[in-house]
Design a protein around this ligand. Structure first.
Ligand code: BDP
Length: 673
């Protein structure tokens, strides 16, 4: 198996399990045209049941007398006289009832019905025939992925080959993989995708490419996935030939409205725009002394008549002006500094998209404090399924536990419970309809989608978490494992063990105590390079010297970052005593000999953790080898190759970091002393 079917394999279940299934004898997809999600849901049910249970069911479009699996909207079902226990559902939600003669899969809308079909199939494919009757609604309305695909077909921070969307500065003619990707996304409840890189090329707005976007949207629409695009702020000038791209200039406003009108002719249900402005060399409104809100509102007004939205990124910082020798300089402050005073200035169809931590997808970061400042503005979190700083899919790192540290974090805004996933991103805390999730997912042409088989648990987990951030990270990992590798207990236990150890191990061998991932920061973000973590213009600094290490981000003595949190949280991080060990060096600058809560010194923790992490990674190939014969040969061999590589690279990491800090501090390890 080459991985192309990911978790939608529908592999035949063992006969003794199939015998317990008791599946109705037909499928009814209510009121559906051939490109509608309900029709697609009917075909998917047919495909999945044939695959997992070996039974061929017809798909009809009207209710019949016999027992059936009915999929459709609640409205369509009740309009034909159907009786259901479904409660009032929210957008994209569904009701699944397998208790009666008829299995009811009823969505609030067609997309919800499709999600219900996938959920039912997920149960069947895991050999779970329990009778259930429940409704489920997504935690948030925005559940998107962002591709960082370039128009020439390369992918920024992509580790799985070339783009499935673009080639030679235009869109691909064959959209087979695009549709297959949409199917994967739909199966985990993702309802939107931005197809091009945030570092956007204006050429996407050529007539030919707009037509191509139309084809991409056509391929994804049946799966309920709406397409959006990233914009380059300077396009009116670089593509449109105007003398300016000032967002308040009338000709610029007219140009963007015109482009938007044209786009909606090709993609009538376009989800909207994603904008990276005034960051890392990208143009933006600040160039003209306009505010970020002025810039965002321009696009918001253009898409508003079409029901579109604007995802405006909070990842705004100006690396040219960061200065490591200025003790107070701190890139972590940038997002709140830029957006704090703009709360209330954004149109209501704008969502500020905030990276989970204040720096940049590091192995450990505190949650972004910006969520506490966006009270009148909608917000979404940006996660990264692509493991840019986290081993680039050459290392197994199951990311759900990392994401949960952020999503489960209580910001205590105004002294009230304000858990990021449950309260803030759900829109409940500040009463927002638009809010949610975006994840950078750089799938490519490789048949494994992400470059390696086990990395796909991250994509799966992302969708499940965006649907319900309170979900258990082990439970979803195990659903994924059964769907991807079958029901064997040993396979399940081994993949669970490896995955659940993987983030901890990676943190141990790459950067401890909140010091950040000690990787090469200059460009490729891969492999150990602790010396690059100081004296660089990107503001990712450890501030290590011969006696001490860590960024002092306190208000009383440091960069003031801890003061960006609501008072209860700020007080906790302000003091060394109440800062947890795993974020100590994020918030404080301490001697290497500082004693942690664990009783170890900082430097000894560094040494030990690097040995522990490398040791754990070195056990991965051995444990995986025990699955020989239980996992098909191709996926077994390809994964073993990666895990062996990881075990070796973890030693490179261990020795580089240990030696580096041994040289810098002059302190031998306790074992050597
Ligand atoms: C950094 C990446 C860079 C992205 C940037 C962003 O290294 O390639 O363009 O984030 O998110 O992590 O805009």
């Amino acid at each position: 198996e080459d991985g192309l079917n990911a978790w939608l394999r529908y592999a035949r279940l063992p006969d003794n399990i199939i015998r317990q299934a008791g599946i109705p004898s037909s499928i009814v997809a209510l009121n559906s045209t051939e490109t509608s999600p309900v029709f697609v849901a009917g075909l998917e049910l047919q495909r999945g049941i044939k695959g997992a249970l070996g039974t061929n069911l017809d798909v009809a479009h009207k209710s019949n007398k016999g027992s059936s699996i009915v999929v459709g909207t609640v409205d369509a079902f009740t309009a034909t006289g159907g009786k259901t226990g479904a409660p009032e559902l929210e957008e994209d939600g569904f009701w699944l009832d397998t208790t009666g003669k008829t299995v009811q899969i009823l969505g609030q809308n067609e997309r919800g019905a499709l999600y219900g079909a996938f959920e039912y199939l997920s149960m069947l494919a895991q050999g779970n025939f329990t009778k259930v009757a429940y409704a489920t609604n997504p935690s948030a309305s925005i559940r998107w992925v962002n591709q960082w695909d370039n128009m020439d077909g390369t992918i920024e921070r992509g580790y799985a080959g070339l783009s499935i969307f673009f080639k030679n500065n235009t869109t691909v003619a064959n959209t087979t993989r695009v549709a297959e990707y949409a199917r994967l996304l739909a199966s985990i409840g993702i309802n939107g995708i931005v197809v091009n890189n945030v570092n956007a090329n204006p050429i996407l707005l050529s007539d030919e490419n707009m037509a191509g976007l139309g084809k991409i949207a056509d391929a994804m629409r049946p799966w309920g996935v709406r397409v959006g695009i990233s914009l380059n702020f300077a396009s009116p000038q670089t593509l449109g030939g105007l003398p300016t791209f000032d967002p308040l200039d009338k000709s610029v406003v007219a140009w963007w409205h015109d482009q938007t009108d044209k786009l909606y002719k090709h993609v009538p249900d376009m989800a909207g725009y994603l904008v990276k402005a005034n960051s890392e060399g990208q143009p933006g409104p600040i160039t003209y002394n306009r505010t970020l809100a002025d810039g965002a509102n321009l696009f918001a007004k253009a898409v508003k008549p079409y029901g579109g939205i604007v995802m405006f990124r909070a990842f705004v910082y100006d690396y040219q002006h960061l200065n490591e020798s200025n003790w107070k300089d701190d890139r972590a402050n940038a997002a709140v500094d830029h957006f704090r005073d703009l709360d209330g200035e954004f149109d209501d169809n704008i969502i500020v998209q905030v990276k989970y931590g204040p720096i940049d997808f590091q192995v450990r970061e505190p949650a972004s404090p910006l969520f506490a400042h966006l009270q009148q503005t909608s917000s979404a979190i940006e996660l990264q399924v692509s493991q840019e700083y986290l081993g680039q899919q050459c290392h197994l790192v199951y990311l759900a536990p990392l994401w949960k540290t952020i999503l489960d974090f209580d910001l205590r805004i105004d002294g009230e419970k304000s858990v990021i996933g449950e309260d803030v991103l759900s829109g409940k805390r500040f009463n927002k309809k638009l809010s949610g999730y975006a994840a950078v997912v750089n799938v490519g042409q490789n048949t494994t989608w992400l470059g390696t088989h086990l990395a796909m648990s991250n994509l799966y987990a992302y969708g499940r978490i965006a649907w319900d951030p309170t979900v258990d990270e082990v439970a979803i990992l195990q659903d994924w494992t059964r769907l991807t590798y079958g029901l064997n207990r040993k396979v399940l236990d081994t993949i669970t063990e490896l995955s659940m150890q993987s983030w901890v191990a990676y943190e141990n061998y790459t950067g401890n105590l909140g010091v950040q991932t000690l990787t090469d920061i200059t460009y490729n973000h891969y492999g150990p390079n602790p010396q690059s973590m100081d004296n660089n213009p990107w503001g990712q600094w450890t501030r290590a010297d011969s006696d001490s290490i860590g960024m002092d981000r306190t208000v009383w003595n440091g960069t003031g970052f801890s003061g960006q949190y609501p008072s209860e949280v700020a007080a906790r991080f302000e003091s060394i005593e109440t800062t947890p060990d795993d974020l100590l060096l994020w918030f404080h600058h301490v001697p290497y000999t500082h004693v942690l809560k664990s009783g170890k010194t900082v430097i000894q923790h560094f040494y030990d953790a690097h040995y522990d992490g490398a040791e754990t990674a070195s056990s991965f190939p051995r444990k995986w080898t025990s699955l020989k014969g239980l996992v098909d040969t191709q996926r077994f061999e390809e994964m073993l190759f990666r895990l062996e590589y990881q075990a070796g690279h973890a030693i490179v990491w261990r020795d580089s970091i240990v030696q580096f800090y041994n040289n810098v501090s002059g302190i031998p390890t306790a074992a050597a002393a």
